[in-house]
Design a binder for this molecule. Sequence first.
Ligand code: FAD
Ligand code: NAP
Length: 549
Amino acid sequence: MTEVKELFSSLGVECNVLELDQVDDGARVQEVLSEITNQKTVPNIFVNKVHVGGCDQTFQAYQSGLLQKLLQEDSAYDYDLIIIGGGSGGLSCAKEAAILGKKVMVLDFVVPSPQGTSWGLGGTCVNVGCIPKKLMHQAALLGQALCDSRKFGWEYNQQVRHNWETMTKVIQNHISSLNWGYRLSLREKAVAYVNSYGEFVEHHKIKATNKKGQETYYTAAQFVIATGERPRYLGIQGDKEYCITSDDLFSLPYCPGKTLVVGASYVALECAGFLAGFGLDVTVMVRSILLRGFDQEMAEKVGSYMEQHGVKFLRKFIPVMVQQLEKGSPGKLKVLAKSSEGTETIEEVYNTVLLAIGRDSCTRKIGLEKIGVKINEKSGKIPVNDVEQTNVPYVYAVGDVLEDKPELTPVAIQSGKLLARRLFGASLEKCDYINVPTTVFTPLEYGCCGLSEEKAIEVYKKENLEIYHTLFWPLEWTVAGRENNTCYAKIICNKFDHDLAMLPRLVSNSWPQVILLLQLPEQLGLLRFYNLSKVAFRTMQSTSMLSFR
Ligand code: FAD
Ligand code: NAP
């Protein structure tokens, strides 16, 4: 403590010191301090309302020049930038703004799911999205690899079974380490992290409410909304009481057993895929089509592979009621469903019902109406211009809350980072949301970039398209005796683009295991295309070389 006092006095700064052992409510102050800063020790130093840390962090900040910068700040607002939401977009924006020397605060608060699940800092991707999903997908692929391994000479006698509890525990441990890493990196960059729910109360001012209901007010020159989305519910009898969503699945303390997955998009098919990979009895209830927005030929290939590998599909049905038959871990639920086309109804018993019917933006309870930020009333999404600015000039938005933008982590990260750079004069570069590659981690992985065939026909007309396609057998599938004529690749080209002959050769180096679907607009250079395909498919490289017809 003495060294820190000496440091500030050498800088000519008068500090306001609160000796906790000399005040009546010292213990209480320490408790609140540790809650706000996640630092239990003293000294606990704040400069101009920004939490710097203990003695070591203060000296590090002094050596890096950050302390001097913080001391100079004397604006009319508490912060240069406040970000509501500490997920992929919010954190990347906060860190970049802090690197550029700005005084930044991030508020992140997880409202528990109806089943009571909540989690730490990092948002959807880290806690209840990409990370646990990819790890569970990997767990399922290992099951497949075990089957393949005998063909490659591995001999083992033990009965092989999957243990849900073990898997969930190690995945949750990994997530905790990521949560901790995020806190640390915010602290290192002197970003103030507040574990409170943020909502606007007036222009340039928010209220932050922590889990004990304590309210604090903060002001900032500029704001970024990065509050993401949460799973939607059906609005039928029994859904919130008895069904789970992806928010609950990845930390479910028991194996879900016989599972009904409602929905047919990314989340639904990915979860159904890995659950079936663990040997569970899985049914997907599809209201209309698989993977809306994706190339339907590809979507059907993904679905039929799942079907051949044990997933049941109940097409054109929607649930109308969920009833609990037995409590337990898991219990038993009766689901009544009706045809989405006729009058037919069915009743079936499951252990778990997983709803994956889409996600709602967290924009309706954050006081946007108080400062006049417009949202799309139907979807809840926030419209922004090409620099992510809302209709209120000092309020910006990034990530899943944006209207008509891909809902993907790398997109949120990139748009957050570029926004901070533009806001604080480091660059003029805008986020490019076109031709972002994406992967669906179903048992037959599906990677794509560009337009679906349906959309390409709509935009360019069928007669102007050249479609190259091939069925292929990845080398690692051959010895393993896995199906031939199952993996499929397709490239959709505009006849008026140039250098088409180059494409198959270029992409073969970074080829997806399964399917590539591409449409190549004029402005997309070959080099850029190559990089994109590498990003999208880096986890699924195959040794196969392909030739197209
Ligand atoms: P989020 O990451 O959702 O972060 C928002 C944060 O703000 C949350 O922590 C939330 O609790 C907090 N918050 C909300 N309101 C407030 C408030 N008022 N005050 C304070 N804090 C608040 N994307 C991929 O690219 N690849 C994948 O493989 C992939 N898999 C996915 C799998 C699943 C099951 C799901 C659900 C999503 C997946 N996604 C994937 C999508 C990806 O997770 C999102 O695109 C990404 O997390 C969006 O980032 P964001 O910053 O917009 O929001
Ligand atoms: P989504 O893309 O909005 O799909 C919702 C699905 O639920 C659709 O199949 C829809 O059917 C169905 N549905 C909607 N309402 C229903 C109802 N009342 N009854 C029955 N079915 C209903 O939602 P999502 O799968 O949750 O994904 C959200 C976003 O997360 C995606 O846009 C994606 O960008 C992101 N994500 C990415 C990845 C990845 O990169 N691998 C993985 C997961 C999620 P209809 O087609 O009939 O409308």
